[in-house]
Design a protein around this ligand. Structure first.
Ligand SMILES: [Zn+2]
Length: 344
């Protein structure tokens, strides 16, 4: 429960201890007690809010780049979690990329991923547009799950193919003529230039990760063309109040894995599996009283959204575009100069 330490050991709340003191105190902390664990978590949150110093943007060995968590990039604008990128715009989670915009989870494995627009979960490409899960080769548009393909349009599930439209093979000249005709038609209807429409998604809006980034109410999701699932899978059985879970993990018996509990925050039903019980006992950490979904939400609070906020350096007042929002939790957000002086 420390912040901003570098090359230190045996510290608790940033206070140094000898190895023996540390081991004794760790036993005294009683992480196996739910009540004690909650107290410590709250104490650490307060400690962190008062003391932790955050680096405004983590950008290392980059030139002309804005965003957060960038390494060895040049001219990456409004990008997040990129490595070895050249000329990228609004991209997320990429490595070895060049001339790409609005792409996510992509990059070069054997080569550089180049010329990508609205591409996701794809790699080793040249000139991909509006593609999903496509691996290797060039000149694909509106393709899904194709690998090692060239010059394909509106295709799905192909391997080692070329000059295909809606999976049908054409002579090269016919391919280009028909593709131009379709694109012209799509442009007329306002369809070209957008990623696959929402109703192509095999999942309902409320059962995917998108809710974690852009949460919508049912009515709004439906209005935007997404599906909504009213009956998400749930745990069967009558739920006990989660307060009935033993405070100390050492007191929990195997029978607990046969019971159903109600989450202390959301009220959703959840169970504690035998593997979870064994893990918590082994780690000496109290059993949860929140559903897995709620715990995931709690973790997400620690994750930054991909956005840059205007705020000054807390130390010197320099205006910044920071990945950290202006909320109480991030009281001390420093520019690089102030951060390195304070932390190193
Ligand atoms: Zn500063």
């Amino acid at each position: 429960m420390c912040t901003n330490l570098r090359q230190k050991q045996y510290y608790i709340f940033n206070e140094p201890h000898t190895k023996e003191e540390y081991e004794t105190k760790m036993k005294q902390l009683q992480l196996g007690s739910y009540v004690t664990l909650q107290y410590l978590v709250k104490k650490f949150e307060d400690f962190r809010a008062a003391n932790a110093i955050y680096r405004s943007n983590k950008i290392d060995q980059c030139e002309g780049s804005t965003g957060h968590r960038l390494f060895n990039c040049k001219d990456a604008e409004n990008c997040f979690e990129l490595e070895e990128a050249r000329d990228a715009l609004r991209c997320l989670e990429g490595v070895q990329i060049k001339d790409c915009a609005d792409c996510v989870s992509f990059g070069g494995v054997k080569t550089v991923a180049e010329l990508g627009y609205e591409v996701q979960e794809s790699c080793d490409f040249y000139n991909f547009k509006f593609c999903n899960f496509c691996y290797s080769k060039d000149n694909l548009e509106y393709c899904d799950e194709c690998s090692n393909c060239s010059n394909c349009f509106g295709c799905i599930g192909l391997k080692n193919e070329s000059f295909r439209i809606f999976n049908k093979k054409y002579p090269e000249a016919d391919y280009h003529a028909l593709k131009a005709k379709i694109v012209k038609h799509m442009k007329k209807n306002g369809e070209y230039g957008w990623f696959f429409p929402p109703d192509y998604s095999p999942f309902a809006y409320n059962e995917t990760e998108v809710m974690e980034y852009f949460s919508l109410e049912k009515e709004e999701a439906l209005r935007q063309g997404f599906r909504w699932e009213d009956e998400l899978p749930t745990v069967e059985g009558v739920a006990l109040d989660s307060i009935s879970i033993q405070d100390s993990v050492t007191d929990a018996k195997d029978e607990i894995t046969k019971q159903v509990f109600a989450c202390e925050i959301s009220g959703k039903k959840f169970v504690i599996t035998s593997q979870e019980l064994a893990f918590h006992k082994r780690m000496g950490v109290a059993l949860p009283r929140r559903s897995p979904g709620q715990r995931h939400k709690d973790h997400l609070k620690e994750r930054l959204v991909c956005h840059l906020y205007d705020r000054p350096c807390t130390k010197c007042g320099t205006p910044l575009q920071s990945a950290y929002p202006l909320i109480d939790r991030y009281r001390k957000v420093y520019c690089d100069e102030c951060y390195f002086k304070a932390v190193y």
